[in-house]
Ligand binder design. Structure first.
Ligand code: ATP
Length: 598
């Protein structure tokens, strides 16, 4: 329960809706209890007048009596209707306030979680499965909403109703009240336990359903592999097994549900019979009137749902507390990478320096960069080459502060990047990642992601510089062409070039290209390099690559191995070293290796 205290701030911001909601609940209940009181009065009037009526010997008097009595009954009927309408109206207002409040809280909580996710570092995302992140922002928030909305609504209704009705019942006859109420706590307990069983079963069904969804999703995405390996039958069998488990669980839930309703009806029936039986004895003994008995039967019926909802509300609160605990776990994680209190805002010129940097991935213990030193002057172009897994991408991640090194310093313009404002650092460095990611949006907006205020002309220029403009203009909708599931399918090379255009449009002083030309052909690569040469004239560029770009005159080429620089120098320096670079170059010359381009 203490976990739910985190929601109190939301109650405070929505206090007026909460107060009004509770007020409307009370008013609606006050109007609803007039009905049994009026029914009692009608019954008592009937019982009282029936003997008088029978004693009348004159037909005219009997007709007049009946007419009078009809008026009285009509009055009561209309009054009951008016009170029912008023009660219903306030019930409507109650839902309009409390349920609306719960939707506001749900909205705020979802945004709070989403914004917190955005602040968290990459390591957090590596440590937690995407499904887990998604379920906390969707299913867990939905369960919490059941507490802030329906649970509060039912609980307040239950509380007000029980207090008012039990008070009215006690006024009539305490003994009958005790007998009548005695089965109700059992009803609440039964509902609570049955609800837990239903919930457990529903959870299992939910998990099986998401399993079915991911099996289907994966097989649609991998349909080409499934077909080419003729695995359609195996895939169908796999799906069938998952569906069968889902069907069995659903049937089991249907059985519990089928038992639930009749059991409830039986309990309600027992309570009514008990009321009539004991109440009847009290009437015969003269302790209460027939009207009181009728009133009691209505009270018992009115109390059924509140007692029923005690069990429901208890399990709703329990589930919400468990969900809020899961949400709090994430909300309480502070981002490892954030602005230092003394973080400065600076305009970067482009100098980069790494001093004795050692970095180990926290969750795997792999040391990707080890005692690393590098100095790049503003405007220099540096190539980073090395075998797969040698630490090239990690180097890029450290420069844009996706991770902080455990030892040493990463500096830009001689300032430790930990003392710069994160938004300034990332805003002034363009990073083209190895794995391209494009959003389901138009091509123009995907490029504009690097500078949301960019005009269409700027977008076109960036596309031209990245040698992708011609491809884009070849599509029917040009720059407005939609990408994504329902949009056009781009080739790997087109995606890479759009991703480069996105980086160029930022017009930064430092650019990092992480193996981002791997999917383009040699001719396009030559064209891009030609364009980039002009664009990068006064900018610092770090180009991570598997291939040797002999056309590009790098100020320095570094060769990485196991997180360390093993060779460093210009193209000619490295050739004379006769090491990895020379070997790679020789393979290019002989045409054995595709990873060399000129
Ligand atoms: N997010 C990560 N979490 C844990 N270990 C990682 C992570 N990323 C990379 N590594 C490990 O760090 C080492 C260096 O990886 P890195 O991606 O920097 O190499 P790379 O030279 O860029 O390789 P490639 O050329 O294949 O992209 C590898 O052993 C890799 O397994």
């Amino acid at each position: 329960m203490k976990h739910l205290a985190a929601l109190n701030k939301y109650f405070l911001t929505n206090k007026w809706l909460l107060i009004l909601g509770l007020l409307f609940t009370a008013i609606s209940i006050v109007f609803s209890v007039f009905q049994p009181i009026m029914v009692r009065q009608i019954f008592d009037l009937l019982a009282h007048n029936i003997d008088e009526y029978r004693l009348l010997d004159n037909t005219a008097l009997k007709v007049a009596f009946r007419a009078d009595f009809t008026h009285v009954l009509a009055f009561y009927g209309v009054s009951i209707l008016i009170f029912a309408l008023l009660s219903g109206f306030f019930l409507f207002l109650q839902r309009q306030t409390l349920i609306v409040m719960s939707r506001h809280i749900e909205y705020d909580l979802k945004n709070e979680i989403y914004q917190h996710y955005q602040k968290l570092d990459l390591n957090f995302f590596k440590m937690h499965r995407t499904g887990d992140l998604m379920s906390r922002i969707t299913e867990d928030v939905s369960r919490v909403r059941m507490y802030v909305g329906p649970a509060i609504m039912y609980a307040s209704r239950t509380l007000f109703l029980i207090v008012i009705i039990v008070y009215l019942m006690l006024q009539v006859n305490p003994l009958l009240t005790l007998y009548t109420l005695s089965p109700l706590p059992f009803l609440a307990l039964t509902i609570y336990y049955v609800n837990r069983i239903i919930h457990r079963k529903s959870e299992r069904i939910q998990a099986q359903l998401s399993n079915i969804t991911s099996i289907a999703q994966e097989s649609y995405s991998g349909i080409r592999v499934i077909k080419s390996y003729i695995q359609e039958d195996a895939s169908a069998r796999h799906f069938e097994e998952a569906s069968e488990a889902y069907k069995d669980s659903s049937i089991s839930l249907a059985k519990t549900d089928a038992l639930f309703q009749p059991t409830m009806a039986l309990m309600i029936g027992l309570s009514v019979i008990l009321t009539i039986f004991i109440g009847g004895i009290q009437v015969i003994r003269g302790n209460i009137t027939v009207g009181n008995l009728a009133e009691f039967v209505i009270y018992v019926n009115m109390l059924m749902f509140p007692f029923f909802s005690i069990g429901m509300v208890a399990s709703m609160i329990q589930r919400a507390a468990a969900s809020q605990q899961r949400i709090n776990e994430f909300l309480q994680i502070a981002p490892a990478i954030k602005d230092e209190p003394d973080a400065k805002s600076v305009k970067l010129k482009g100098g980069v320096r790494l001093e004795n940097v050692t970095f180990t991935y926290p969750h795997t213990g792999i040391t990707a960069i080890s005692n690393f030193n590098l100095h790049i002057k503003p405007g220099q172009k540096v190539a980073v080459i090395g075998r797969t897994g040698s630490g090239k991408s990690t180097l890029a991640q450290l420069l844009i502060r996706m991770y902080d090194p455990q030892e040493g310093k990463v500096m830009v313009d001689d300032q430790d990047i930990r003392h710069l404002r994160l938004a300034d650092l990332r805003g002034q460095i363009s990073y083209v990642p190895q794995d391209v990611f494009l959003f389901s949006d138009s091509i123009a907006n995907n490029i504009r992601f690097g500078d949301p205020s960019a005009s269409i002309e700027t977008v076109q220029t960036a596309a031209r510089q990245a040698s992708v403009e011609k491809d884009i203009l070849g599509f029917n909708d040009g720059f407005d062409t939609a990408i994504g599931e329902r949009g056009v399918t781009l080739s790997g090379g087109q995606k890479q070039r759009i991703s480069i255009a996105r980086a160029l449009i930022k017009d930064p002083n430092i650019l990092i290209f992480d193996d981002c030309l791997s999917a383009v052909d040699a001719r396009t690569e030559k064209e891009i390099i030609g364009n980039l040469y002009a664009y990068l004239k006064n900018k610092t560029a770090i180009i991570i690559t598997h291939r040797i770009f002999a056309l590009f005159e790098f100020d320095s080429i570094i060769v990485l191995d196991e997180g360390k620089i093993v060779e460093q120098g210009t193209h000619n320096d490295l050739l004379s070293l006769n090491g990895y670079y020379a070997e790679l170059y020789a393979r290019q010359q002989s045409g054995d290796d595709e990873s060399v381009s000129e």
